[in-house]
Design a binder for this molecule. Structure first.
Ligand SMILES: C[S@@+](CC[C@H](N)C(=O)[O-])C[C@H]1O[C@@H](n2cnc3c(N)ncnc32)[C@H](O)[C@@H]1O
Length: 384
């Protein structure tokens, strides 16, 4: 049985056709002498074939081919820079603002409808976000962002699924917000676009990556917003945050380091599946639990946390959420409630493909018609 499985996986690997990966996403070939015998991208595929074929069953072949194909982007409009002409230009390209279309212009649900929004506010989306995507099956690309008249870039290109954790966090005007693992800064920028942050702490352990975050902020956010003590960028170990600033924030985003599944299939550079990084990879779930626990401790009782990854792995997603909740209960007697995002998922299912059977949280799975993600997110409320 085991031999059959190994042979099956070996055959699959032989058939894996990397030539279908678009040129701009292929890694640069090294000289023969330095080229690894078994590249990390291939190790990643081997690992995913073994774990995800079990985890996703019949869904895995379609997720797999989507992961190996060119991903789709979203254009997050920069509210600090743009007049309405940017939205108009994006509409001319036949892109549509999936947030505005979904959240604000939805047909009212019929009375007594089973899908009607729950009265609970857990699904309420962070406001003022505008993100354009091409419709299902349209694989057009956005032109690069441009500098606007105020000296700020007009939009930020990102995986549109990356906006979902920020939308799910449900910011309210005047919130104090912590972005625990913030660099290179796509989600930090989205948090600021809501106009809700009384102040925002954006942290990342890596100083080189916080420099990238600073560059993003300089290119997209006016100086007065960056300066007025409203945005603080730090390079601390996020695991210590509970001790540094416990019970402090209304909303916390914990977008942890993970196996970055799509990146790991396409880029040799900084690939977590390099043999030398095996230990680091194995320790990821432990680090993720510690970061989520720290994020929960930094939240005020009654405040909200969103945990997110760009991995399909249940071990890095649902198990981490369950592990951190248990840890807070056992070590600190703090109760955490996982919020039901079913309604939130229904709002966005025309744009994204969701895995239908997550135990906790929601998972966007790559699909050739809507090739976003993977993106897992789970919203929690700290009760005590
Ligand atoms: C998935 S990335 C964050 C992406 C970012 N939120 C965005 O949307 O652009 C995870 C980040 O966690 C950072 N990180 C790793 N270990 C950390 C730690 N102990 N404390 C804080 N940040 C950490 C990494 O440097 C990396 O930039």
């Amino acid at each position: 049985m085991a031999a059959l499985l190994v042979r099956g996986v070996r055959d699959m690997l032989k058939r894996a056709d990397f030539a279908t990966v678009p040129r701009r996403q292929r890694h640069k070939k090294k000289w023969a002498s330095t080229e690894p015998k078994f590249p990390a991208t291939r190790l990643a595929l081997q690992n995913f074939d073994m774990t995800y074929s079990v985890q996703f069953g019949d869904l895995w072949p379609s997720i797999r081919v989507s992961l190996l194909s060119e991903q789709k982007y979203g254009a997050l409009v920069n509210n600090f820079a743009a007049g309405d002409h940017v939205s108009a230009e994006l509409e001319q390209l036949k892109a549509r603002d999936f947030v505005n279309e979904t959240v604000f212009h939805r047909e009212p649900e019929p009375e007594n409808s089973q899908t009607a929004a729950p009265s609970h506010v857990s699904w309420a989306c962070s406001p003022n976000l505008r993100c354009f995507t091409f419709t299902r099956g349209d694989v057009s690309r956005f032109p690069p962002a441009r500098l606007g008249s105020l000296g700020l870039m007009d939009y930020y290109l990102m995986d549109a699924a990356s906006l979902l954790p920020v939308l799910a966090l449900g910011l309210q005007p005047g919130d104090t917000v912590l972005d625990l693992c913030a660099a290179p800064g796509g989600k930090t920028l989205a948090l600021l676009q809501t106009g809700c942050c009384r102040n925002l702490a954006a942290n990342d352990l890596s100083t080189s990556r916080t420099s990238r975050l600073q560059r993003v902020l300089h290119s997209y956010v006016p100086q007065d917003v960056r300066d007025k003590n409203r945005v603080r960028v730090t390079s601390w170990d996020g695991r210590k945050w509970g001790e540094l600033e416990g019970d402090t924030y209304d909303r916390v985003l914990v977008d942890v380091p993970c196996t970055t599944d799509r990146h790991s299939l396409h880029e040799e550079e900084n690939n977590i599946f390099q043999r030398s990084r095996k230990k680091e990879r194995q320790m990821l779930p432990m680090l993720q639990v510690q970061l989520l626990a720290a994020g929960l401790l930094a939240t005020k009782p009654g405040g909200h946390v969103v945990y997110s990854t760009c991995s399909l792995s249940h071990v890095q997603n649902e198990y981490v959420v369950q592990g951190a909740i248990e840890l807070l209960d056992n070590q600190y007697s703090i109760k955490v409630h996982v919020e039901d995002l079913t309604h939130f998922r229904k709002l966005f299912m025309n744009t994204f493909s969701f895995f239908p059977s997550c135990q906790v949280g929601e998972l966007v799975i790559p699909n050739l018609m809507a090739n976003f993600g993977p993106m897992y997110f789970c919203k929690m409320c700290r009760m005590t």
